[in-house]
Each structure stands twice: as structure tokens, then as C-alpha cells.
Design a binder for this molecule. Structure first.
Ligand SMILES: Cc1ncc(C[n+]2csc(CCOP(=O)(O)OP(=O)(O)O)c2C)c(N)n1
Ligand SMILES: [Mg+2]
Length: 559
């Protein structure tokens, strides 16, 4: 119901403005902040926000607002909300929408539109945003009457959060936002406990696992859903299954188990693939084929059991032999009841584990300058507490962090192996810093990716966030330069110049520092965290290790 005090019409019927109803419906969903760049078509909504408990956080680009909202969804399981104007503003949401759609992150986008009942400006700025957004959202709807707002908002949140989660767009034309409508009750949200897997599915998985000689567990992107944290670690504790994870499954299983075999950052030939190739059954929890394949399935290799909230997709390189579909946490508890203490655990995995982890430590403390990626990952881990969050942008270093960075807590290495877009590192770290002000948060970006949303340094400073941004400087789109070399093309066209990052940070009222020696990185990061506020650290990186390790050394692992 609308709050008391809203006006009535001449017949005594309680009336409410469309935008007030929208904001009341958002409050009803527990929304605390909205990120974005309003346009004139949103001004009724902005006015309604002014009178509400919801904070409006303006960003310097809509793309960053969408990345922040998506990361809110990723970290909490509840949609983050972002707002933009029509046409150009809404189009700036598209990359964020795709990021949330591929990454299964709950998010609500609110966009404005010209009036739909009467059009004073002909087609000025009008783009069919619903059509543009349809392939990159779970649902995209125009609100055509104020009285439908409560149901549409509730439905948008339901759709966005429901497995598989993702983005939803609601477009609110300015005349509907400003129109007084008869007050309609809000729809109260409720929890929806999901069904657990069918006993027949559990039985089939049980038989396959009990018959396996060398079973292995894999945690995928879906394993990192906030509500799964306890259940998954409990399952590993009970079954003692050695495990590895995909890039986006990192941290899903609590650390210290001595069962972690590595991260499949590449699709084949990496050290961890020695374990994968040895396995005869892989219990794949929450794998989402939107990720680059953690290994390539063929007629020979291990059999795969898919455990997920939703059925598995069938891909050329990934197709399970059995499926356990249902609420993953309780379904795993039922599976553990059947297999606990009865599995064959291959002792060779323990030896392999030591070898794989030792390989990953190779050159991690080398004092070459500019720094190697291995050393950077190593030093970052040293200054990050177990619950510290590292939020990666996209570049060459992502592979190194995915392979070498050890995680002990769910969602402590946020990376995007789905859309794999550049530009999300800083905004995602800003969201993390807002949600967890007590934890250390580090954004890691290349000099290319950082500059794609670096204007948000102003937002971070304005919000008084505690955040360190680490920029790896190679004056190039390093990852593409690497691929160019791997494909034996001449080095061409991928270099650029950079601003003086220290001065750049200072000009925003942040604090900038440059690492000048190999031993300087850890101490500079530590000092930056101690000082607090928005801190930027720039470190030159030596990417020659890309070829030595990721091409030459791993190519020797064939067969
Ligand atoms: C928005 C976007 N544009 C282009 C790409 C393709 N791409 C992937 S990595 C990369 C280079 C990244 O350069 P930088 O951020 O400097 O990181 P580096 O690899 O040099 O460490 C590019 C252009 C992408 N993933 N996303
Ligand atoms: Mg670069």
C-alpha cells in the first residue's frame, strides 16, 4: 500500500504518482542504492528517490553503473539497480547487461523513455531499447501504465534472481512516471525454497561415483552463488574428494582442505590437466558453459556428472553423462549421505597436487624488474588477507591470477571469464568496497582496461571508498600482443602511450604511487592499504613469461 499522506482524487480515491510507486516498489524489494546517470526523462524518478530511503549514486558513465549493479548481484544474490536515460544512456548499459547476462548476475536496469501517450519531440533520441536489450537480458519490458508498476517490479526481481540469474530491464516512459494513478498495493516478496534433486538422479550419481576409481570434483561458476558457500565446503569435508575449479569457481570451496588441485584457466595442457586426465569421473558442480571450457571432453576422457540449479547445456566440448538438478546445497547434502566414507580416493592425486602447486610457485619470488606476472600474483596474495577481495579487469594477467592466485573464501577473486570485457575491474571493486567496507579490496587492471572506465576514480573518491587500484603497465594491449606473437604475426599495432598514472590519480584527489623495484610492490601495496582512501599503484610488468610458460613449457605437456 502507498504510505499515508499521498493525495486523493476528487472521489476520495488514494492517488500516487507513477515514479513514487516505482520507488516504493523498489524499497519494498529492499533496494538501498541506485547507480547511474539520470536524464531529463528520469527526473520524476529522481525526485521520488530524493524523498525515499534509497541513495542515488551518480557515476561518470552508465557502463560503470551497470558493472557496479551487476557486481552487487554477484556478491549478494540480490539484484543491484542502475538507472539511465533513454537512447544513448540506455545503450551505454548494453555491455553491463551482457556482463550480467553471461555472468549470471542479478541486476535491474531502469531506463527512461519519451512519453508514449503523446510525443512532443517526434523521434528525437528514440531507440528501440527493448529490442536492443532483448538478447542480453532475461526480460525487457516497457511500463505502459502506472498501475502495473508493483507487479512488474516484483516480477522483474523474481526473474532476475531466479536461477539462472541475470539482468532485467524496465523502461519507464516519462509520462507514465509523472502520471497520477490509483494507488495499487505492492506485492510482498517471499523466499522461494527450490526443490531438491530427484532421488533417481541422486541414485544414478551415487552409483557412478561409487564405481569410480579416480573421482574428482570440479567447482564451476554456479558454485560461487552466495547461498552455496557453506554447503559446498561441507560436501568436500564429508567426501574428501580432491577438487579443482574453473576460473569463476575460484574460492567456492573454503581453503585449507589440502584437496585443491588447481584452477583450469586454460582448456588443455596446463599442469592441472594432468589431474583431470587421470580422473575417470568428474563431479561437476555449477559449471556454466559460458566459461571458456576448463577441459575438453571427448569420447575417451572422464565421465561427467553435472550438479546444477538448472539442467546442463550440451556443447561440442562439454556434455554430461548424468545430471543432478535441483537446489545444489541440499542436493549435495543428500548425495554426501549416500557416498560419505565409501569413495575410492586415488592416492596419486595427493602427489600430483604437490607437483602442480610447486610448479605454480616457480619464479614467484624472482626479483626481475619490471616484475613478472608470477611475482605480482605472489606479492598481491601476501598483502591480501584471506577475506580480501581482488577484482580483475580483463587482460593477460587474468590467466596468471586464475592459475596462480590461491583463494580461501568464496568470491574473493572476482574475474569475468564469461563476457570477459575490459573496463569492469574498477567498478566491480568499487561495489565490493561499498558492500564490505571492513575488508581490503584491490582492483587489478591493465593500462588498457583501466583507461576504459578510469573516470570512475572520481566516483570512488566522492564516495570516500577505501580501495587500492593496481595498474600493470606494459604500454600495450598485452594480451592481444601475446596472441599475435603466438600466432606468429609480426608485432604490430598494439602499443600505446599512457598518462602519468601517479599524476592522474592525484588529479582526482586520489593518491598515486609508482613501484620502482621488484621488492617495492608488496611494500607499496601495504602502505596504500594502510593509508586508506582511493589509492592507485602502478607497476611495470614484464610479459616475456607469457611465451616461456604459457606457450613453450605447456606445449611440452602434450600427451
Ligand atoms: C571491451 C573489450 N575490448 C576488447 C577486448 C579484447 N581484449 C582482451 S584483453 C585485451 C588487452 C588488454 O590490455 P590491458 O588492459 O592493457 O591488459 P594487458 O593484457 O596489457 O595486461 C583486449 C584488447 C575485450 N576483452 N573487451
Ligand atoms: Mg597493457
Amino acid at each position: 500500500m502507498c504510505s499515508p499522506g499521498w493525495p486523493s482524487n476528487e472521489n476520495g480515491v488514494a492517488m500516487i504518482k507513477g515514479s513514487d510507486l516505482l520507488v516504493a516498489a523498489l524499497e519494498n524489494e529492499g533496494v538501498e542504492r541506485i547507480f547511474g546517470v539520470p536524464g531529463e526523462e528520469n527526473l520524476d524518478v529522481v525526485e521520488s528517490l530524493r524523498k525515499s530511503r534509497i541513495e542515488l549514486v551518480v557515476t561518470r558513465h552508465e557502463q560503470a553503473a551497470a558493472f557496479m549493479a551487476a557486481t552487487h548481484g554477484r556478491l549478494t544474490g540480490r539484484p543491484g539497480v542502475c538507472i539511465s536515460t533513454l537512447g544513448p544512456g540506455a545503450l551505454n548499459f548494453t555491455t553491463g547487461a551482457a556482463y550480467a547476462h553471461l555472468g549470471a548476475m542479478p541486476m535491474i536496469m531502469l531506463t527512461g523513455q519519451k512519453g508514449i501517450l503523446f510525443s512532443r519531440q517526434a523521434r528525437f533520441q528514440i531507440v528501440d531499447i527493448i529490442a536492443a536489450m532483448r538478447p542480453i537480458t532475461k526480460m525487457a519490458r516497457t511500463i505502459v501504465t502506472g498501475s502495473s508498476i508493483p507487479t512488474l517490479v516484483r516480477d522483474a526481481f523474481r526473474e532476475s534472481m531466479e536461477e539462472r540469474p541475470g539482468p532485467v530491464l524496465l523502461e519507464l516512459p516519462e509520462d507514465i512516471a509523472g502520471e497520477e494513478v490509483k494507488d495499487v498495493p505492492l506485492v510482498p516478496p517471499h523466499d522461494v525454497p527450490l526443490p531438491v534433486a530427484h532421488p533417481a538422479a541422486l541414485e544414478r550419481a551415487t552409483q557412478m561415483l561409487l564405481a569410480a576409481k579416480r573421482p574428482l570434483l570440479m567447482a564451476g561458476a554456479g558454485a560461487n552463488r552466495p547461498r552455496l558457500t557453506e554447503a559446498l565446503s561441507d560436501f568436500v569435508r564429508r567426501t574428501r574428494l580432491p577438487f579443482f575449479n574453473t576460473q569463476m569457481g575460484k574460492g567456492a570451496i573454503a581453503g585449507g582442505s589440502k584437496l585443491y588441485m588447481g584452477t583450469a584457466a586454460l582448456s588443455e595442457r596446463d599442469y592441472v590437466h594432468r589431474a583431470i586426465d587421470r580422473a575417470d569421473v568428474i563431479l561437476s558442480i555449477g559449471h556454466d558453459t559460458v566459461e571458456k571450457p576448463p577441459f575438453l571432453m571427448g569420447p575417451k576422457g572422464p565421465k561427467v556428472i553435472h550438479v546444477g540449479f538448472t539442467p546442463a547445456h550440451v556443447e561440442q566440448v562439454f556434455y554430461p553423462h548424468a545430471e543432478v538438478v535441483g537446489d545444489v546445497g541440499p542436493s549435495l547434502a543428500l548425495l554426501a549421505d549416500r557416498i560419505e566414507g565409501k569413495l575410492n580416493i586415488d592416492p596419486a592425486f595427493a602427489t600430483l597436487r604437490n607437483e602442480i602447486l610447486a610448479k605454480l610457485q616457480d619464479r614467484a619470488e624472482e626479483s626481475r624488474f619490471p616484475l613478472t606476472p608470477q611475482r605480482i600474483v605472489h606479492d598481491v596474495r601476501q598483502v591480501m588477507p584471506e577475506d580480501g577481495l581482488v577484482c580483475l579487469d580483463n587482460g593477460m594477467y587474468k590467466i596468471w591470477f586464475a592459475r596462480n592466485y590461491r583463494t580461501h573464501v568464496a568470491n574473493t577473486l572476482l574475474l569475468d571469464n564469461a563476457l570477459a570485457t575490459m573496463g569492469a575491474g574498477l567498478p566491480s571493486a568499487m561495489m565490493a568496497a561499498m558492500l564490505y567496507p571492513q575488508r581490503r579490496v584491490l582492483a587489478v587492471a591493465g593500462d588498457g582496461g583501466f583507461m576504459m572506465n578510469s573516470q570512475e576514480m572520481e566516483t570512488a573518491v566522492r564516495l570516500k571508498l577505501n580501495l587500492v587500484v593496481l595498474i600493470l603497465e606494459d604500454n600495450a594491449y598485452g594480451m592481444i600482443r601475446w596472441k599475435q606473437a603466438v600466432d606468429k604475426f609480426p608485432d604490430f599495432g598494439l602499443g600505446f602511450g599512457n598518462p602519468d598514472f601517479v599524476k592522474y590519480a592525484d588529479s582526482y584527489g586520489a593518491n598515486g604511487r609508482r613501484v620502482e623495484s621488484a621488492d617495492g610492490l608488496a611494500s607499496t601495496l601495504e602502505a596504500a592499504f594502510r593509508d586508506g582512501g582511493v589509492q592507485l599503484v602502478v607497476v611495470p610488468v614484464d610479459y616475456s613469461e607469457n611465451i616461456r610458460v604459457l606457450v613453450e613449457e605447456l606445449s611440452r605437456n602434450v600427451g
